[in-house]
Write a protein that binds this ligand. Structure first.
Ligand code: SF4
Ligand code: SF4
Length: 456
């Protein structure tokens, strides 16, 4: 019998008896006896029992004709596109590039010297007007309105923020506020009446005061921890959904347990409006590493050593921050399958429209202020540049040559477009994450645990 292995098989030997196998395209996850897997490697399919063999074929690990796999891939793509076309649109308002903090790893430092740092009322009116016009070209529904910066919650911009909130109230869009949190408690009066519409206030806390204040400080050098903690108290007291984002890297990952204790002592977990999640610090302008940014699998190893000492942290945070593990985690947690990713992020489907104080519209929040990456402008008038839009939307796992033969393509999507443009000065270069290395470390350190779950 001639069978061909799928192009998307991942394999890791867990112990002397079992191996973990995953088909990255179909999302199938199985544990297989090593003896059986070895027979497939040696092409001795006729020696495998009828049931295990039909199972391997049904779940997409082997094909009698690889064209069948291509067909499955294109069907999944067609379904994905159908859904993507119907998507609602999301708007981000960035009233200023100014910020009251000077965080050590900020990707927006250059914006402080931008010649057009602030929106005035006329510009904000033009942004709101443009949002209404753009939404009509989509489903008409506005899914979310986000406040972003610089720092959106500067006291002098309160009247602009109020105007954006009035717009959000009229459209019934979910509201997200991405803020450093130091001044959030002075804005509660204008947010309070919309508390049910607020999806979240996202506030970054990088650890307990000792480490947070070294990373997230004012221009004077003073740390921001105390003001942020006070704002979180005030937001929760007023029933406003508040999400702490912990930006983790090599220099603060070991402080996670201390922060967890701080949050417990503050009784923030008692609030139904509280959430906390880590996020990995990334430098989109470089593929290199330094004392803060280390390879993903090394960060995972460090995180697991923290989890081994504090299992309640593993329960709380899990591993979802590691993109190479998400498809496995989804299936382990009960999802029937994991859908492939044909693009890397929402910038590739022009889902976000970020209105900035320079009058431009961006699709990637990290690229704001660099007009060469803008897809159009909204002030003085609304205009799109189709070539610039194409720079983002033409990028997918079919159009990037190296991705077309990559087994991790269905969980990668081709990598970050912005990084491709910054690092290679072209939009069609692959930006590979460390998929195999990260999956290998996860299986090395958590494979037995997952196997036990499968066997019971
Ligand atoms: S960017 Fe790299 S890892 Fe991602 S699909 Fe392309 S080749 Fe594979
Ligand atoms: S293009 Fe890159 S930096 Fe921009 S939103 Fe997407 S993943 Fe993030």
């Amino acid at each position: 019998m001639t069978l061909f292995p799928s192009r998307y098989n991942y394999f890791y030997k867990i112990n002397n008896k079992y191996s973990f196998i995953n088909n990255i395209l179909t999302g199938a996850i199985d544990f297989i006896e090593n003896d059986i897997w070895n027979l497939t490697v040696d092409n001795k399919f006729e020696e495998i029992g009828k049931y295990p063999l039909s199972n391997l074929i049904e779940r997409g690990y082997f094909y009698d004709d690889l064209k069948k796999e291509e067909y499955i891939f294109s069907e999944l793509y067609r379904n994905y596109i159908k859904k993507a076309i119907k998507r609602p649109v999301r708007f981000v308002f960035c009233p200023t590039y100014e910020c009251n903090l000077r965080c050590s790893y900020c990707f927006e430092k250059d914006l402080l010297s931008h010649s057009n740092k602030h929106m005035d009322e006329a510009m904000l009116d033009a942004a709101i007007d443009s949002a209404q016009k753009i939404s009509k070209d989509y489903s008409g529904e506005i899914k979310s309105i986000e406040l972003f910066g610089g720092e959106p919650l500067l006291s002098k911009n309160k009247f602009l923020i109020k105007k954006i909130l009035d717009f959000a109230e009229n459209t019934k869009a979910a509201i997200t506020v991405v803020t450093n949190g130091v001044n959030a408690d002075n804005f509660i009066d204008i947010f309070k009446s919309l508390s049910k519409q607020i999806d979240m206030f996202q506030i970054t806390v990088d650890g307990v005061k000792e480490i947070h204040d070294k990373r997230r400080k004012y221009a004077s050098g003073k740390g921001s921890f105390d003001e942020i903690s006070k704002s979180i108290d005030a937001l929760l007291l007023n029933g406003i959904n508040t999400n702490i984002r912990i930006n983790i890297d090599n220099s603060n990952i070991e402080y996670l347990p201390d922060l967890f204790d701080y949050v417990k002592n503050k009784k923030w977990f008692d609030s139904p409006n509280f959430n906390i999640k880590p996020s990995i610090v990334a430098d989109h302008s470089s593929l290199g590493y330094n004392e803060f940014i280390i390879p993903e699998e090394e960060l995972l190893r460090k995180l697991i050593s923290v989890y081994d000492k504090y299992p309640e942290l593993e329960e709380l945070f899990g591993f979802y921050i590691f993109k190479p593990l998400r498809h496995v985690l989804e299936i382990i947690n009960g999802a029937p399958n994991a859908s492939p990713k044909f693009f890397n992020c929402e910038s590739n489907i022009i889902e976000l429209n970020v209105f900035c104080p320079d009058g431009y519209i961006y699709v990637c929040p990290e690229s704001i202020g660099k007009e060469e990456f803008a897809i159009g402008s909204f002030y003085p008038e609304l205009k799109f540049n189709e070539d610039k839009k194409g720079m983002w939307s033409k990028r997918d796992i079919f159009s990037i040559e190296k991705c077309t033969s990559c087994r991790f393509a269905p969980i990668c999507g081709g990598g970050c477009s912005y990084s491709s443009m910054l690092i290679y000065k072209k939009n069609m270069e692959p930006v590979c994450q460390r998929f195999k290395e990260t999956l290998d470390v996860f299986m090395e350190l958590r494979g037995e645990k997952i196997l036990k779950k499968f066997l019971t």
